[in-house]
Design a binder for this molecule. Structure first.
Ligand code: 5GP
Ligand code: MG
Length: 177
């Protein structure tokens, strides 16, 4: 069996919420598309959410990636964010929607916001599949959030522990065996 952990958010719940987010995001951008929309996934954790989210959009978009790392091995954030891969698309004059897997302390989002300052974007918005508000160390505003969760370390639906468990279809609570 692929998943041995307790389910926090089921595939059905995810599907329903992603459809809602897709509708909301589409209606917010539909009248702004004189400039193109670029959806930028933060690798690697966002890849499953990003794939579902862009297919639920009713507006067209381009897709780009950025890669950062903040966690070393294990389940707690180091707080130091490193840029590992820059977007290759030209982003000036485009609407950018950043898509993250989860916001925990907020350091990664703060780093990303700083990265995009001065890039002459048409607009900048943020979307996170999961949000753990109780863990926040940096004040930040998420424009679109899938689910708020309590302070659990979760894996699945793209989220990993040391590279494992990304392929689980639901969000599950990691427990040491
Ligand atoms: P932050 O910089 O907000 O503390 O952390 C953001 C990153 O930490 C996320 O993109 C994710 O990679 C990782 N992270 C934070 N909480 C969790 C969690 O519960 N599970 C997993 N798998 N990764 C997490
Ligand atoms: Mg991540």
């Amino acid at each position: 069996m692929k998943n041995k952990f307790p389910i926090l958010i089921s595939e059905e719940q995810i599907k329903k919420r992603v459809a809602e987010l897709g509708k909301k995001i589409s209606s917010d951008y539909v009248n702004k598309l004189d400039k193109p929309l670029v959806v930028i996934g933060v690798l690697k954790g966002s890849f499953v959410f990003l794939a579902d989210l862009v297919r639920s959009l009713e507006v067209s978009c381009e897709i780009e990636f950025i890669e950062v790392s903040s966690y070393g091995a294990g389940t707690s954030s180091s707080g130091r964010v490193k840029l590992k891969r820059e977007p290759s698309l030209h982003l000036a004059d485009r609407h950018v929607l950043i898509v993250e897997d989860i916001i925990d302390t907020g350091h990664t989002f703060e780093f990303l916001e700083d990265y995009f300052v001065g890039k002459h974007l048409a607009s900048f918005r943020t979307c996170a599949f999961l949000d753990k508000p109780s863990r926040r160390q940096v004040e930040m505003k998420v424009d679109y959030s899938g689910f708020e969760i309590d302070d659990h370390f979760v894996v699945g639906y793209g989220l990993d522990l040391d590279g494992r468990y990304r392929e689980i279809s639901s969000v599950v609570i990691y427990q040491q065996s």
